[in-house]
Design a protein around this ligand. Sequence first.
Ligand code: PMP
Length: 420
Amino acid sequence: LNLAERDKKVIWHPYTQMKNALPHIPIVRGEGVYVFDENGKKYIDAVSSWWVNIHGHAHPYIAQKVAEQLNMLEHVIFAGFTHEPAVLLAERLLPILPGKQDKVFYTDNGSTAVEVALKMCLQYWDNKGKPKTRILAFKNAYHGDTFGAMSVSGRSIFTDAFNSLLFDVDFIDLPNKDNISDLTSYISNLTDTACFIFEPLILGSGGMLMYEAKYLDELIVACRKAGILIIADEVMTGFGRTGTYFACEKLSNKPDIICLSKGLTGGTMPLGVTTCTDEIFEAFLSEDKLKTLYHGHSFTANPIACVASLASLDILLQEETLANIKRVEAKHAVFLQEIKAHAKVKAVRQTGTIIAIEWETGNETSYLSNLRNLLYAYFLDKGIILRPLGNIIYILPPYVISNADLDYIYGAIKQALEEI
Ligand code: PMP
């Protein structure tokens, strides 16, 4: 049996149990924006492998730092012990985050970073003697796969099977000029809401839906007035994706809590962090054991992952990386101008290095269900990894992607618009 066949016998992959799903392609090597399969075929990773590899694959600098740490200390229990990679990462991360963030809580991935944020908020109010039970979130949001994260994710496809067990959340529409005053007056009447969690400026898994910073600012102001804590889920938007280091830099009103993962380690290792203000941290400082946040993962603050993050930050903060981000952003904009009037293009969207193209499907629902698979296979064949969300294709490449590779992807999209 070849590797794909052996895989099929023993492995349950995410999302791909549908009978018509393509076989999983064995990948043996990565380099820069490319991954290579066992036959040597090269694929451009146009989605940064689920939005994590901001600097591309097998970056030699990150690899070297990881190898050095692996030989020094691979892991240690993080309750009662600490280590320099964890401290250094917190010291370097906090000052570059939007607003004033004072403490880092380490977790393993984006979903658990969100779990921690929700638990922090709910327990914060409890510890303050003002228990609150409800949470505010956006329709179409995606915050992860664990039960708390699912509860605040407003996408039925991920959550319908569990609805009866998810906790009660108030979902609101994305803000715009027409609904903003209704939304802010709705918020001003909320009395039992512990926190508002959102993906700043762009709802990723919900279809790369984008909205304006100024309206998010208005929602935050309304929440503050109503005593609602603010959680920014920057799991996707963090570390340069939206053109600035963090999407919340574009806001005048900053969050109380920020969730980070994905680009944190440059996509090399799993790690998540939830950061918060001292105001929140201090609500948990007490002689009373019950006021502690009882949350800790076995791999919390894994030193190798922390070192990978430090190396990734070194690369991110270089001027060359920022120049690459701006270059990708500008090229994307020109491309979208070129195609936006095409009859098959229903809408185009861009925030920083992320673009989304919505395919016109008319009223043909059967076409819509096939379209995603058609597009996915079409681009794979051309050596491009693009994973459409329904009728929406998006590109979110490593920042080092060359102009030639971008042009190749754009060319393939234009060809697909003619052929599919
Ligand atoms: N929040 C957002 C905004 C995300 O995009 C994701 C992952 N797509 C998550 C949370 C969950 O992260 P993870 O997959 O690492 O658990």
